[in-house]
Write a protein that binds this ligand. Structure first.
Ligand SMILES: [Zn+2]
Ligand SMILES: [Zn+2]
Length: 638
């Protein structure tokens, strides 16, 4: 009998050679039904895989990330069969999963058009309805090469395979594809799917190779989840920050500077509100602020290592017979400020922040509104400290980061820790100290995190902060990176307790990442209805007719005195037109003033997103609005 350990720690004895599917049945009929694959000693396998000895087993369902991946990838096979049935000349190249779905690269002279998607989906439905099993067949590399002779794509796949056992999977009427697996047990478990798009893609991403057709699909465990996903996509289109940015007159782009944003007056109000808040939080957490030049000579970039590692992304200029570069990062400038005087261990930790304007050259094809630009403002900071202070500094950065995210209404975040890569500098000892400090800080804060083994920068381990917006999209914003390289390159030193000169630890960190991108995320997260404290115009006074203009002006002056951002619509439009205009500009509060209000010294407040109007005294409204602004309240209702 083989001893099997389950994820909850319980142990089971089973006969040698039974499949994981049979094991799932022994555990429970419900689990067996939901099972898509399994992990034996951490390795993902088909449900048909046998249990050969003592091992740990986890049954994987569509509720597990890996299970969903297996389902989506299996769906790619089903789509491939459907396409090969419709176009027998189609040659299959490669079909991996991507976020929310999968694609398959196909070599076919005839173009696949969106109008063909329905037919492909219908064929896929037939295949899933038949609920035929995925069957694995193994052979040696030589046998596989022989079998696929003449198919350059699949032969290339075999040549890239890291195992000497090559596997094929078939399902249904003879359709077979080279694949290492695993897959769902049968086609009926493929969930709910939809073909999304088709695009050209070069084989191996190499423009000298043939252009293939990449067909994208999405796949979800249930019809409801598929529908929710499609709704989120529609909603994302409606919230596109490029469209809202134009509609709300926040920013623009011009061919005079591709990838360089022009921020308009209303956009600057949002920007400055973020800066003011950012500064106040950094002040509270003991940061100083500096500003360093954006153009610095080439020698500096050689010294920093950017020249060797980052040159393709940098802009250059020349004057006085000297080459200069426009900074892609703020760190070298920060190091030069550090070096302007001597330092003692007593002044550590030193936290130095900079809202630094950086330029990074991006290919024109990847630019996307404010999300991907060539010039942006990074909310950067460098912390210089001794190794014993790393953990408490990391804790401080985590607390500051969470405080900032929460103020913007982001509560759903997760953290990833990236550890030592193969190519790295610094001793194993310092890597271990630093990585443990990061882990201890996270544990100390009771924060769960995902480990990306070997994914750290060559100069140190890092923590990345990801937030989820209201459409469940994940955004990486903040980062904390330990750096063992730059302090050495710049010969940064401090005088330690024993009077010797030592190299300080340098921590790079950013919270929002890029101001431009963060504003784009905010616009989409809120669909343009920004929180009151960020709204370019917090209230607009709408006199019912010309007769109420004088009273409206009085109201406006009171609001202005109270430092509320407001305007008054003195136009000759009808009140309904004024309200509609204010709505389209996504105003939080609309203050309607007529003869009745003038007589009673009140205002009639329409609140964005709320049906009932509120009638109250001006001073009372000012008090409520100011409190909501100070508290950064998201709810406009009162
Ligand atoms: Zn496969
Ligand atoms: Zn830095």
């Amino acid at each position: 009998m083989a001893k099997v350990i389950l994820p909850d720690g319980s142990k089971l004895e089973v006969a040698y050679g039974i499949t994981v599917k049979q094991l799932a049945e022994q555990i429970g009929a419900g689990l067996a039904k939901a099972a898509l694959a399994a992990k034996i000693n951490g390795q993902l396998v088909d449900l048909s895989a046998p249990i050969k000895g003592d091992c740990s087993v986890q049954i994987v369902t569509a509720r597990d990330e890996e299970g969903l991946e297996v389902m989506r990838h299996s769906c790619a096979h089903i789509m491939a069969e459907a396409i090969c049935t419709i176009w027998p000349d189609a040659k299959l190249v490669y079909g991996p999963t991507v976020e929310d779905g999968f694609y398959y690269d196909i070599d076919l002279d005839e173009p696949i058009r969106p109008s063909d998607f329905e037919q492909i989906e219908q064929k896929m439905q037939e295949i899933t309805k038949a609920d035929v099993p995925f069957v694995r067949k193994e052979m040696t590399r030589a046998e596989a090469l022989n079998k696929l002779a003449g198919d350059k794509y699949k032969i290339d796949n075999i040549e890239h395979a890291d195992s000497d056992v090559i596997s094929f999977y078939s399902h249904g009427g003879g359709f077979e594809d080279l694949c290492r697996g695993p897959h769902i047990p049968s086609t009926g478990k493929a969930g709910s799917f939809k073909i999304m798009s088709v695009a050209g893609a070069y084989w191996h991403g190499d423009p000298t190779q043939k252009m293939l057709q990449r067909v994208y699909g999405t796949c979800w465990p249930s019809r409801k989840e598929l529908d929710d996903y499609l709704r989120r996509l529609e909603e994302a289109k409606r919230r596109d920050h490029r469209v809202l940015g134009k509609q709300l007159d926040l920013f623009s782009f011009n061919e005079a500077g591709p990838g360089f944003a022009f921020v308009h007056p209303k956009g600057m109000i949002i920007w400055n509100a973020i800066v003011d808040f950012w500064r106040s939080v950094h002040d509270k957490y003991g940061y100083d602020e500096i500003r360093t030049p954006i153009i610095l000579n080439e020698a500096l970039w050689h010294r920093s290592g950017h020249w060797e590692n980052y040159k393709e992304n940098m802009y250059f200029t020349k004057f006085d017979n000297t080459g200069y570069a426009i900074k892609p990062m703020n760190c070298p400038g920060g190091c030069l400020v550090y070096k302007t005087r001597q330092h003692s261990y007593r002044e550590f930790p030193m936290r130095v922040a900079e809202l630094g304007l950086v330029h990074r050259h991006e290919a024109s094809g990847v630019m996307h509104g404010l999300f991907r630009v060539r010039q942006f403002t990074q909310d950067d900071a460098h912390i210089f400290c001794i190794p014993e202070q790393i953990e408490s500094e990391i804790i401080g950065v985590i607390e500051l980061t969470f405080e900032i995210y929460r103020a913007f209404g982001f509560e759903d975040f997760h953290i990833e820790l990236s550890t030592k890569p193969v190519k790295h500098i610094g001793s194993d000892e310092i890597w271990e100290t630093a990585t443990n400090a990061l882990k201890d800080a996270l544990r100390h804060k009771g924060i769960e995190y995902k480990i990306n083994e070997g994914d750290g920068a060559f100069y140190g381990p890092k923590i990345d902060f990801h937030i989820k917006d209201c459409l469940k999209r994940s955004w990486q914003l903040g980062t904390i990176q330990l750096d063992f390289s730059m302090p050495e390159r710049f010969e940064l030193v401090y005088t330690d307790k024993d009077n010797t000169e030592k190299t300080p630890v340098m921590i790079h960190r950013a919270v929002l990442g890029s101001f431009e991108r963060f504003i784009g995320i905010l616009i989409e997260h809120y669909g343009g209805n920004l929180p009151l404290w960020l709204s370019p115009e917090q209230a607009r006074i709408l006199p019912i007719s010309e007769k109420s203009n004088d009273y409206a002006a009085v109201v406006q002056n009171k609001l202005k005195d109270a430092k509320l951002r407001c305007s008054c619509d003195f136009s000759n439009e009808k009140i309904n037109a004024k309200i509609a205009k204010a709505h389209s500009e996504k105003l939080p509060y609309m203050l309607v003033t007529g003869p009745k209000e003038a007589q009673e010294n009140t205002i009639n407040v329409r609140i964005s997103g709320i049906k009932e109007n509120k009638s109250l005294e001006i001073e009372e409204f000012i008090k409520i609005a100011k409190r909501k602004i100070v508290d950064k309240e998201l709810d406009l209702a009162f």
